[in-house]
Design a protein around this ligand. Structure first.
Ligand code: PRX
Length: 630
């Protein structure tokens, strides 16, 4: 048995001893009494009795040894700003933000929704919430009013922290009007909105509700706000993610388990050392931003780069210039970003001294060989694919070079990480597939490891019903991904089993997009599917039936309606969810019992065989789509 296999086996078979050791990587205010309480499956409660604080572990505990070292490096190529905060400065800013939130009436357990661009105040707000025991709910800044409203409605935040605007490709993207509209749409109204005014876009303030952060901060310049010691099982945050239904789920995470999981992953998987610099190109609105822009690197005592801008502006060298300037040792990005870079000359990347860089981790979507090979040749460091989910909080499949150097296998994110008892189940029978190269659903046998979601916010029943299946003697968590395992134990991910699509590494629910399109007064029915795309991995493609076909008119009228629908999706959900095309058809392919054959539509769009269509009601529906695409 290799050393990694032994490590993994121990994490499953001698679970409590294993995680007790890992738990020593973080500070505890009060030691835990019980490592894992799995008395009530599938709910795993980690480190019961223990008390800790994420902000203490990310900031305060580093002050004595590395107070003057870099902690947060903010670079915006949108506003040409660059600011470096040491741990000491970060500590001050987080306390100021915490004092502001407390003064707004935020208490332990209250929700604070954060709707912000990639600016330091967003990280301050997250850490400030963790500090005072408030639950943060970061909503991706690219989401628009309807998407934001449903999250406000579900999270019922006391306060919202936002900003006047973001900026993308040199264009100001106003946030405040979308936020105002979202609050108007939501039946829950926050009592306070704290606005960070970047001076990018004038906005209207609602007296009594809206407050200017700069002014509030001035009142708390010398704030000393101690960390609130939280139970390990107290909620640290919720983050919304898409699934099969239109209503996004609030993925709920604990405090102690998350701290331990991140600290362990920084050591065993990412191999980041204190004092080094970590650069994740994600956004704080996604799980990667939570785990590997904010908490993971800081917990490990590393500096973290927060970058606002595109990978290719001013030119394709910008990220690599930052690697040189800040001596980045670990970098984390997504295959899509690399495919964008690949359209440019590799010389842009090679212009800089990348000798500090130890590895580039890529996640969020399948990593194709040409992309992996191109970037490996361009930067000359190991490229490490890793597979995980918003739900898991940290990698499920990858290689843990900190334990044992393993080879990367092209097309495979790797092997099960310690703590994860990964299995493949037969789609129909639910039986475990033990042979090599058999296709099944990737599942994790409970208890799920520290850091994994605790439940769906306010909805234990939905957590159980959505994710968990009982198989004799145990419960398993479904990832909703297809996978196969080769004879060496390496897994290959073959796409989602549900209606989730992955556009440029952004996880989107096709049902949400369908709901937005159907809200157009002229649309009777619509099906949205994810279609393979060379650059973005997948794009959303919509097929819509108009209420009165006679009014559809000529090509110009269709184009106008398509434009209207795209605008509607932009305004409601955000440009990330905008379908690449909206095609108009007279009917949609369904089974005789009325079930939409989305998979068949997807197959036709990708030029594949749609498979068994014997249950299809009217074959001409699929033929129409074929003709349209021809
Ligand atoms: O389908 C899998 C795909 O992205 C989904 C999770 O997306 P999200 O919740 O946004 O979390 C991303 C965290 C990195 C998965 O169910 N996915 C993620 N990583 C990979 C992947 N597919 C293939 N290879 C990967 N490395």
């Amino acid at each position: 048995m290799s050393s990694y296999e032994a490590f993994h086996r121990r994490s499953i078979e001698d679970r409590d001893a294993f995680w007790t050791e890992q738990a020593m990587l973080v500070d505890w205010h009060r030691p835990f009494d019980r490592v894992c309480n799995y008395d009530n499956p599938p709910f795993a409660r980690w480190f019961e009795g223990g008390q800790t604080n994420l902000c203490h572990n990310a900031v305060d505990r580093h002050l004595s040894v590395r107070g003057d070292q870099n902690a947060l490096i903010f670079v915006s190529t949108e506003t040409n700003a660059e600011r470096v905060y040491s741990f000491r400065e970060l500590h001050l800013e987080v306390q100021r933000m915490a004092a502001v939130l407390l003064a707004q009436g935020v208490k332990k357990g209250d929700r604070v929704l954060i709707y912000m661009p990639m600016i330091p105040e967003a990280a301050f707000a997250m850490l400030a919430c963790a500090r005072i025991g408030a639950i943060h709910c970061v909503v991706f800044g690219g989401f628009a009013s309807h998407a934001l409203a449903s999250r406000i409605e579900d999270a019922t935040p006391v306060a919202i922290v936002s900003a006047d605007a973001g900026s993308r490709n040199g264009k100001v993207v106003p946030y405040k009007p979308l936020l105002d509209e979202a609050i108007r749409l939501s039946s829950h109204k926050p009592s306070s909105v704290v606005m960070v005014d970047r001076g990018l876009e004038p906005f209207v303030s609602l007296p009594g509700r809206d407050h200017d952060y700069t002014a509030l901060r001035e009142q708390h310049l010398n704030a000393q706000v101690p960390c609130e010691w939280l139970d390990a099982t107290d909620i640290s945050y919720t983050i919304y993610t898409s699934g099969t239904t239109g209503k996004p789920k609030g993925v709920q995470r604990d405090t102690g388990g998350y701290a331990v999981a991140l600290a362990a992953s920084m050591k065993h998987i990412f191999m980041g050392e204190p004092g080094e610099t970590y650069f994740s190109t994600s956004d704080i609105g996604w799980v990667v931003g939570h785990s590997y822009i904010v908490y993971g690197p800081l917990i490990a005592g590393m500096a973290t780069i927060m970058y606002e801008g595109l990978p290719v502006r001013p030119d394709a060298g910008i990220w690599w210039q930052l690697v040189e300037k800040y001596k980045v040792s670990v970098m984390f990005s997504a295959p899509t970003a690399v495919r964008v870079l690949k359209k440019h000359d590799a010389a842009y990347l090679q212009k800089y001294d990348l000798s500090s860089l130890k590895a580039l981790f890529l996640a969020g979507e399948p990593l194709d060989e040409p992309t992996a090979t191109w970037i490996a040749d361009a930067i000359g460091v190991p490229i490490i694919d890793n597979y995980w989910q918003t739900e898991s909080g940290w990698p499920i499949l990858t290689i843990a070079n900190g334990i044992e150097k393993k080879r990367s296998v092209f097309g495979s994110p790797g092997i099960p990480m310690y703590g994860y008892n990964v299995k493949l189940l037969h789609e129909a029978t639910g039986e475990e597939l033990t042979g090599a190269d058999e296709r099944g659903v990737v599942v994790v046998e409970g208890p799920t490891p520290p850091g994994f979601m605790q439940t769906v916010w306010k909805d234990d029943a939905r957590f159980i019903n959505t994710y968990w299946k009982s198989v004799p003697g145990k419960m398993v968590y479904s990832t909703f991904d297809w996978g196969i395992r080769d004879k060496n134990g390496y897994y290959f991910i073959l796409g989602r089993t549900d209606d989730v699509i992955n556009v440029a590494g952004h996880r989107l629910g096709t049902r949400e997009i369908e709901e937005s399109i159907s809200s157009h007064p002229r649309i009777a029915e619509v099906a949205v599917v994810g279609v393979a795309d060379a650059l973005k991995g997948q794009v959303a493609m919509a097929f819509a039936v108009v209420k009165d076909a006679a009014t559809l008119g000529d090509a110009a009228a269709r184009l106008a309606l398509e434009g209207e629908i795209m605008k509607r999706v932009d305004e409601q959900l955000g440009a990330v969810a905008r379908p690449a095309r909206v095609h108009f058809v007279s009917l949609l392919p369904k089974t005789r019992s009325g079930k939409m054959l989305r998979r068949a539509i997807q197959a036709v769009c990708e030029g594949r065989d749609p498979g068994d269509l014997t249950t299809m009601d009217d074959p001409s529906a699929l033929q129409q789509i074929r003709d349209l695409l021809a």
